[in-house]
Design a protein around this ligand. Sequence first.
Ligand code: NAD
Length: 356
Amino acid sequence: MRTFVYQGLPARVIFGVGTLARLPEEVERLGVRSALVLCTPGQREAAEEVARQLGERCTGIYDQAVMHVPIETAEDARRVAAELRADCCVAVGGGSTIGLGKAIALTSALPILAVPTTFAGSEMTPIYGLTEAGVKRTGRDARVLPRTVIYDPTLTVTLPAAIAGPSGMNAIAHAVEALYAQDANPVTSLMAEESIRALADTLPRVVRDPQDVAAASDALYGAWLAGICLGTVGMALHHKLCHTLGGSFNLPHAEMHTIVLPHSVAYNRCTAPQAMAQISRALGGADPAAGLYDLAQRLGAPMALADIGMPADGLARAADLATQNPYFNPRPIDRDAILALLQAAHAGLRPTPAGT
Ligand code: NAD
């Protein structure tokens, strides 16, 4: 018999090729008069296009978004938003840019309209992160959930393959952990399985031909579902490990998720059989852990923590940190087993398929 709690999040989603053209009517709907457009330095051109669409409703562009939202950047952007009397942030970019919008919303309650350009999924969550003195603090706050999200796949076709593949695997990680979350529920699980299926089918095409808009659209659809999973249920061991590695060793976010995910799944394989069956079905019948490893390899992603800057002599400290205040996880957290997991991920080993 089923017992569950399901709490949906209020967000308006506009999805489809060319939907960026609907930006003016969407800001009108929010009653916005002076939007501040946010982007990274590298996405200035995309932000200028958005500003052009907004016309007189754009009060300026802030182009200093960077990874992990340093508190100094957040405070500078908050100051600019206040000086320009912005009444909305339009965040055009990946998790870093949307994260900056969230940092502004956290203290000002300005609404966010997000225009995602990666597969990270931050636009569908009320989760924010801020980095101060090298420590990343995350939290949940309803004020930071974007009110409106415009998913236009033509904006992801500029993603270099080297960013697109890991970004898609980062999305898969949200869906995978939703399947064995403490508060997993039938609605989120349906979305999670569909998300993994869509991304696993499509990412190889996206990486082979980034200009393939149909493939980009399918991948963005999977990423949207994964973002809902991340925003709706709690995450487990895998996200705890990545939070630790990212925060304490400053590893690149999406690549780190890509490398660790097959090993996190292998760790939980025996204790979450229903979730594993769903992951396997979404991967076309492959072993969940080895199948995710093989997918990442097909995408040309980095496969070993050693290759993305993780020092071998930091693994024991990472295992200590990751096992302090652990998140919920279906398999109890054992420090030695976590160290073994990290060593396998550091070396880039392929998890042994179950039953072999
Ligand atoms: P990102 O936003 O840092 O983008 C990576 C790089 O790709 C940047 O240089 C960016 O300018 C560039 N880029 C983005 N889209 C592009 C495009 N379409 N074409 C060309 N270049 C493009 O990377 P990300 O993986 O999207 O986000 C990572 C950050 O988001 C991390 O800090 C992570 O913690 C956070 N995050 C937060 C949540 C949440 O719910 N709060 C969820 C996922 C990720």
